[in-house]
Design a binder for this molecule. Structure first.
Ligand SMILES: NC(=O)c1ccc[n+]([C@@H]2O[C@H](COP(=O)([O-])OP(=O)(O)OC[C@H]3O[C@@H](n4cnc5c(N)ncnc54)[C@H](O)[C@@H]3O)[C@@H](O)[C@H]2O)c1
Length: 359
């Protein structure tokens, strides 16, 4: 007799450090260098910690599949080319998007430290997961940032019926003084496509306003939604933001654009994703102390705003994820048994130690 589904959906909490070394082992087992594996593992676990489970370690099977299909190069080293004192180009060489984007933000920060701002465009890249980790990289260096990427078609443009634009997140951030930093990270769709993959993995239904099935009907079935299209947030406005991500990340960098980024489950060719990263020194126009005081004041005004009926607390952009991170650092990261089994299959494939749980 097969096990009841409920057992497979039982939640186990994994220590972040154990998860990170597990992900690192799998990456190295698949040919990723130690250094790059550290970057990728850190980014994935940061997403898990922030509660962005759709873009964390559960993505490992699909990323490893792309390595096995030889459409993502695990050992490639992205190349950096300086264009002007404040602009650089990274050729991702089809390495992990995490690695190229991390290098790009590092360079953008260095330029901003000297010249006030630094802009780095990235071509020939891959999916870089949760944008907020790049915004956090800039915040850790005391910088404001803009982080854009394009992605494979998932969303029709406003008035269209077939997928053309990606559900490409728009992200930006700014450090504060004593209060929480500002971190906006949002897909231009009603929901990120990763949330549909997560519902599919967990056998859950989705809200009917997230996507249309292949016939153009509303659906609560994640499998049917994945065959159809995602719905843009705010109608033409969400569609315009998706096009904006394509202009800045795809057209501008020399990467694929206009519906030509390869989907994560299409093994025919590399993804050729483009990114756009900018770091900005916060004290260009006011002193650093002034900037921090002003950010703190903004935070207090936002969260202290009069609440509408039924609202207990007002959150600042990025705050819910930061609170989740603090909780998960203490309690561990929740995974269903099914998700852990799927990760452990990857460990078996490369003969590395599995993730221990339920002990
Ligand atoms: N790399 C890619 O191609 C790709 C594509 C799509 C999505 N993603 C990632 O998926 C993740 C999820 O995207 P999403 O659009 O579903 O995010 P979301 O809807 O969960 O959150 C969007 C933003 O709204 C804020 N927010 C949410 N609830 C709030 C509340 N009650 N009060 C105040 N602020 C609130 C969040 O802090 C966040 O900044 C992001 O990290 C994104 O980078 C990546």
């Amino acid at each position: 007799m097969s096990e009841p589904l409920t057992t497979k959906q039982a939640i186990h909490h994994i220590k972040p450090s154990e998860l990170e070394s597990f992900v690192h082992r799998i990456l190295v087992g698949n040919g990723v260098t130690e250094k790059h594996a550290s970057t990728v593992a850190d980014c994935l676990v940061q997403a898990d910690l922030r509660g962005v489970d759709t873009h964390g370690s559960n993505r490992i099977p699909s990323y490893m599949q792309r390595i096995r299909q030889k459409v993502l190069d695990p050992s490639a080293s992205p190349e950096l080319q300086e264009i002007t004192p404040v602009a650089a180009l990274v050729d991702g060489k089809n390495a992990f998007g995490f690695v190229s984007a991390h290098l790009a933000m590092q360079k953008a920060i260095k330029m901003a430290e000297v010249f006030g701002l630094g802009l780095v465009s990235v071509k020939n890249s891959n999916h870089f997961g949760m944008s907020a980790w790049l915004v956090q990289q800039a915040i850790d260096a005391g910088m404001m940032s803009l982080v854009f990427t394009n992605s494979s078609p998932a969303l029709p443009v406003w008035g269209g019926k077939s997928k053309l634009m990606g559900v490409s997140p728009i992200a930006c951030g700014a450090p504060a003084g004593n209060e929480r930093p500002f971190i906006l990270d949002m897909a231009p769709s009603v929901a990120a496509r990763g949330k549909i993959y997560k519902a599919l993995r967990r056998g859950e239904k989705i809200p009917t306003d997230w996507a249309l099935d292949s016939e153009g009907n509303m659906t609560d079935d994640p499998a049917k939604a994945l065959e159809g299209v995602m719905l843009p947030m705010g109608g033409p406005k969400g569609s315009a933001l998706a096009i904006m991500m394509d202009v800045f990340s795809g057209v501008f960098s020399g990467s694929a654009f206009a519906g030509n980024v390869t989907g994560p489950y299409d093994p025919s060719k590399p993804a050729d994703v483009g990114h756009f990263l900018m770091a900005i020194k916060p004290d260009l126009f006011v002193s650093l102390d002034d900037f921090k005081d002003r950010m703190d004041y903004l935070y207090q005004r936002v969260v202290g705003s009069d609440k509408m009926g039924g609202v207990d607390r007002i959150y600042y952009p990025g705050e819910i994820e930061q609170i989740t991170r603090e909780k998960r650092l203490l309690e561990g990261i929740p995974f269903t048994e099914l998700e852990i089994e799927s990760l452990n299959k990857e460990a078996e494939l490369v003969g590395v130690e599995k993730l221990q749980y339920g002990v």
